[in-house]
Design a protein around this ligand. Structure first.
Ligand SMILES: [Zn+2]
Length: 111
């Protein structure tokens, strides 16, 4: 693969990793429970619990994506970037441009 393109993708991935780290940090912040002291409205509490669960799900998804991004950066450094982790075929540029952290080729991804 063209080293210039590879360098571009690496920069893009590093930027994405930085953004994801910030987002994960933000997602960790505990929601505002200030309204709790104003009296026990059970409905509200249920809503907050639901919200918290949602937040954990978001955080989990962000962490997984960050894992993929870091994995891709490592592969660029090691020089084996751009190969499908399942079938070892080269992942097309078309896929990498849209999704540089992609671990699989189009075919394997669609299976
Ligand atoms: Zn594949």
């Amino acid at each position: 693969m063209d080293s210039k393109i590879l360098q571009d993708l690496k920069e893009q991935l590093e930027k994405t990793a930085g953004e994801l780290e910030v987002e994960i940090k933000d997602a960790k912040k505990s929601p505002d429970f200030g309204s709790d002291t104003e009296g026990g409205v059970f409905e509200e509490e249920a809503d907050e619990a639901e919200e918290e669960g949602l937040q954990l799900g978001v955080q989990q998804a962000l962490k997984e994506r960050l894992g993929d991004v870091e994995n891709a950066i490592e592969k660029i450094v090691r020089g084996n970037y751009g190969k499908c982790e399942k079938c070892s075929m080269e992942i097309s540029m078309e896929v990498l441009r849209v999704n540089p952290e992609s671990r699989f080729c189009k075919d394997c991804k669609n299976k």
